[in-house]
Design a protein around this ligand. Structure first.
Ligand SMILES: Cc1cc2nc3c(=O)[nH]c(=O)nc-3n(C[C@H](O)[C@H](O)[C@H](O)COP(=O)(O)OP(=O)(O)OC[C@H]3O[C@@H](n4cnc5c(N)ncnc54)[C@H](O)[C@@H]3O)c2cc1C
Length: 485
């Protein structure tokens, strides 16, 4: 059973939100309406608006500002970072799956700004570095994990240093269309409601708020469980390792930098089938995943609690019920760890995600939709903006010969809107292909291309579709992007 299968078994055992909580709480169906009066809003002008300062958005805004574009980043939370700081375990993946393919060359296939962030984190002891997997390397060849709190600070500082106007605590609430172009967005913060006009726009909201408000075509596949993750402190990584080894359940293992020292355990993954039955049953009831990564002693950085949402991630009331359910599951997870895992007797929750972590919200229709065959066949395109070599369903699905496939520029261009790009989990309709393109490092790579292209288009006052690929490619190569297929 691989990690995915184990987590989906856990989700099935967890059986989603309890039926009783799902009743009678859908949106208010009353027919009453209130007509909002028109309002005169202050207008801010810039070159590029990036909506959403998460995994892709941070890199998008950095890339845009570094091209000299006056860039505004709109982020609803109080910090940048997004799901990379809240949902996952390791950043998948800067490398190809070379360890699973004896003839494949070891290659770092994502570099550029994404690697720069890791370098900055390394300087403050906030990453494991690229730690080679010594067990379970048919899943990934490297484990790159981060200190989630330092990631927020380091990326915030990088954005400010690059001259991005970072607007945290600011919600994108609407878009203003002008024919086939977007003229501006409407944002709300405690400073008020404002219109922000720009030449180019990039939607990095994960859920597709900007694209949807601008009238882009989209679907809502609702094909994943949602999750919330907790950071658990006062635990022994070494004892958890011993426990997994003695149960015959150790499946993945890697050593890297931890609390400033090299050669320490930084990733452990259990084979669910081999876990003691009682532990497995208790974890299964709450959709608890038992993959851990860490950059600190005595700390499990991510314990995920998966759950089926009784609705869609865009349904407020369904989200509210799931947020409550997941918080209950988090509390139960601590009880499970304390009871079954040696070294966790005094464990406690040190971090929770501020909001539900989704694996997919809206899927925005773009000029090209990357297929499963493109991914596993290692297809490259004449307009590649990056290459990528990881699949979250490995070893079941993996990229041919441990190589790479390309993400084409056309896969980031929202269909039928001239000046909108999307980056992150919003691209790719096929669930199997999305299991590759949605991963953090792929989202970051897409961000570098989207930010660069948005800035170039704003400067040339041209539509995203009219940007000559050679110009984009040159700028990306100058920005350190790797292209070898
Ligand atoms: C539980 C879970 C586990 C995962 N595990 C892994 C893993 O181990 N490794 C891996 O590589 N990937 C993993 N992934 C996938 C990966 O983390 C995500 O797909 C990726 O981080 C998504 O990046 P993004 O930029 O699209 O979205 P996000 O990083 O979520 O960024 C979206 C940002 O937009 C902001 N925003 C949203 N709406 C608005 C609005 N209207 N106005 C202003 N701001 C807004 C949000 O606050 C957020 O900061 C996991 C995902 C989940 C949910």
């Amino acid at each position: 059973m691989n990690r995915r299968e184990f987590s989906s078994t856990m989700v099935m055992l967890g059986a989603g939100v309890h039926a009783a909580t799902a009743q009678g709480a859908s949106s208010d169906k009353s027919a009453a309406y209130y007509q909002e009066p028109a309002r005169k809003l202050p207008v801010k002008q810039c070159d590029v608006v990036v909506a959403g300062g998460g995994t892709a958005g941070v890199v998008t805004a950095l890339a845009s500002a570094r091209q000299g574009a006056k860039t505004v980043l709109i982020e609803k939370k109080g910090y940048p970072g997004g799901t990379v700081t809240e949902g996952g375990t390791a950043l998948h993946s800067f490398y190809n799956l070379w360890k699973a393919f004896p003839n494949a060359k070891k290659r770092q296939v994502v570099k550029g700004i994404a690697q720069e962030i890791i370098d900055r984190l390394a300087k403050v002891g906030a990453t494991t570095g690229h730690a080679e997997m010594t067990k379970g390397f048919n899943y990934d060849s490297m484990c790159t994990a981060i200190d989630t709190e330092m990631y927020k600070l380091v990326t915030f500082e990088m954005l400010v240093e690059s001259g991005v106007h970072v607007c945290v605590g600011t919600m994108l609430v609407d878009a203003i269309r002008d024919g086939s172009r977007i003229k501006g967005v409407i944002a709300e913060s405690r400073s008020g409601r404002e219109a922000i006009f720009a030449g180019s726009f990039v939607d990095c909201t994960a859920i597709g708020d900007l694209a949807a408000r601008a009238g882009a075509e989209y679907t809502e596949p609702n094909d994943y469980s949602v999750a919330n993750s907790i950071g658990v402190a006062n635990v022994s990584v070494e004892k958890y390792h011993e426990f997994l080894k003695s149960s015959g359940a150790l499946k993945e293992y890697s050593e890297g930098m931890r609390s400033g020292k090299p050669g320490k355990i930084v990733r452990l993954h259990a084979n669910g089938r081999k876990l003691p039955a009682e532990f497995r049953a208790a974890a299964g009831k709450i959709g608890m995943s038992v993959v851990i990564t860490t950059v600190h002693d005595d700390y499990f950085m991510f314990i995920k609690l998966n759950c089926r949402i009784p609705g869609k991630p865009t349904d407020r009331d369904a989200v509210t019920r799931t947020e409550l359910e997941l918080r209950k599951r988090q509390a139960k997870a601590i009880q499970v760890l304390r009871k079954f895992v040696p070294g966790c007797e005094k464990a406690f929750i040190a971090r929770t995600s501020p909001t539900l972590c989704i694996r997919r919200g809206r899927r925005i229709v773009c000029d090209y939709d990357i297929t499963h065959e493109d991914v596993i066949g290692g297809r490259h395109f004449a307009d590649d903006i990056m290459v990528y070599g990881f699949h979250d369903s490995a070893p079941r699905y993996q990229i041919a010969n441990g190589g790479t496939y390309g993400i084409p520029y056309k896969a980031l261009r929202a269909a039928k809107i001239d000046n909108l790009l999307v980056a992150g989990m919003m691209i790719t309709s096929d669930h199997r292909a999305h299991m590759s393109t949605r991963n953090t490092v792929c989202c970051m790579g897409q961000g570098q291309a989207a930010g660069t292209a948005a800035a170039l288009c704003a400067a040339k006052k041209c539509a995203m579709r009219d940007l000559p690929y050679t110009e984009l490619r040159k700028a990306l190569e100058t920005g350190g992007v790797y292209f070898e297929s």
